[in-house]
Design a protein around this ligand. Structure first.
Ligand SMILES: [Zn+2]
Length: 431
């Protein structure tokens, strides 16, 4: 009797450990064509992606597999690839004709709710991960949590919260009367190395995954302050040291070449925009594991707005015409120089859900569709330190999977029309 009980217990334990080794398959995607790893670019036909109840990929196997109790998702007529990654968005806002009045009428709660709406739009456009680089802390950190807890649909968010900015600089509030500027002043504005170290530490304390800084002026700050270097070299070094000491990477908004190169010399991990980069910038980019997030779409879009009129202020218009034109040349120079690119759009400047427009601009600059897809999958995952989480369809990674009707490595415009979107194992579109 006791022996039988032991045997039964042993069998139970064995079954338990076997189950731990081979988690139960809850969902199987039948993929007619599959680009599992954009690094290789290999396209396989008639494949099955096995997914567990925890939303992770268990395995990929040839043929149309079945397992008892597993749901089948039929994508035999579709082209399946990893979910896309946008390394630069602003989910909680969208540029429009009411930008100046919204700054003083909307609350952080409004921003969070708009962020929820924009997050859903972004997800349905095939982007299962984004880096949000500049939003009110409370709004974006709450949205990040709500999506992680599956309370609202949206992409996985890597969030910086408020950008660390020089006082009165690109990331601060500008263009109102001094008393209104004071009232709206950014909580992450600083002057001097000590104050900037503190701003970085306070952002990490508040919940920042990454530190976003505004190293130079920017197009959309309502001030005629140009797009040259704004943080001093000393401030840049203090920011990078403080962030790295607490395990956070630093990404720098930078247009003017002096600011790009000063930020790279100070040790930032990546540059957003990079509009006026030169040979020296390219040399600095190639030292270490650094990425450029080109956001060509933001340049093209503000140029359109400046030409059309009605949205940008006079101070913004002057900068938009100049920088917008320059960014198309920048991406060609970056390509010629072999700079590593992570896909990013600065959406929120342009309209949410149209992140795909950046692909067209990358192709226009001479990249192949596969190279552009790599930027938005494996390269962006590497840039955001999510190599073990997303960017490929491989065992152990999150089931972030999309499908379109034809091969996007032959025709990039396929990425405009998603047929299927799964994020962390949950289906949000199609299927
Ligand atoms: Zn931005």
């Amino acid at each position: 009797m006791i022996r039988t009980m032991f045997a039964a217990l042993a069998a139970l334990l064995l079954a338990g450990s076997a189950a731990a080794q081979a988690p139960a398959v809850s969902t199987i995607i039948h993929a007619g064509r599959l680009l599992a790893d954009p690094t290789t670019g290999v396209i396989s036909t008639v494949q099955s992606v096995l997914i567990g109840a925890d939303g992770r990929i268990i395995g990929v196997e040839a043929g149309y597999a079945t397992r008892e109790g597993a749901a089948i998702i039929d994508l035999r007529d579709e082209f399946v690839l990893p979910g896309l990654i946008d390394s630069h968005v602003h989910l909680t806002s969208e540029l429009g004709p009411n930008q100046l009045i919204e700054e003083v009428t909307l609350t952080d709660a409004d921003a969070a709710l708009r962020g929820a709406q924009n997050a859903r739009t972004t997800l349905l456009a095939g982007f299962t991960t984004v880096a949000d680089l500049g939003a009110p802390n409370d709004s974006i950190f709450a949205l990040r949590r709500a999506i992680a807890e599956e309370r609202v649909p949206g992409p996985r968010i890597i969030a910086s919260g408020a950008a660390v900015t020089p006082d009165g600089g690109h990331g601060d509030v500008n263009g109102y009367s001094p008393r209104v500027n004071d009232a709206l002043r950014s909580i992450a504005a600083c002057s001097g190395a000590d104050a900037c170290r503190r701003a970085v530490r306070r952002q990490i304390q508040a919940g920042a995954d990454v530190i976003k800084i505004t190293a130079t002026g920017g197009v959309l700050s309502n001030t005629a302050a140009g797009v040259a270097q704004q943080f001093s070299d000393e401030e840049l070094r203090a920011i990078v040291d403080a962030a790295h000491a607490m395990g956070r990477r630093v990404t720098a908004h930078a247009h003017g070449v002096g600011g790009i190169n000063a930020a790279l010399r100070a040790g930032v991990d990546s540059i957003e925009h990079g509009s006026y980069l030169d040979r020296e910038s390219i040399r600095l980019f190639r030292q270490g594991n650094r990425y450029l997030v080109p956001t060509v779409l933001a340049g093209a879009y503000v140029q359109e707005l400046a030409q059309r009129g009605g949205v940008l202020t006079p101070a913004q218009t002057v900068k938009a015409l100049e920088v917008g034109a320059r960014m198309r040349q920048m991406i060609r120079d970056a390509r010629a120089g072999g700079v590593r690119i992570a896909f990013g759009t600065d959406t929120g400047v342009s309209q949410h859900g149209q992140n795909w427009r950046e692909f067209d601009l990358l192709i226009e600059a001479g990249y192949t569709p596969l190279e552009a897809i790599r930027m938005a999958t494996v390269a962006a995952a590497d840039h955001l330190q999510l190599n073990d989480t997303t960017g490929r369809i491989a065992p152990g990674l999150a089931a972030d999977i999309i499908a379109v009707s034809a091969d996007p490595t032959a025709d990039i415009t396929q990425l405009r029309a998603m047929r299927f979107v799964m994020a962390r194992g949950r289906v949000h579109l199609g299927g």
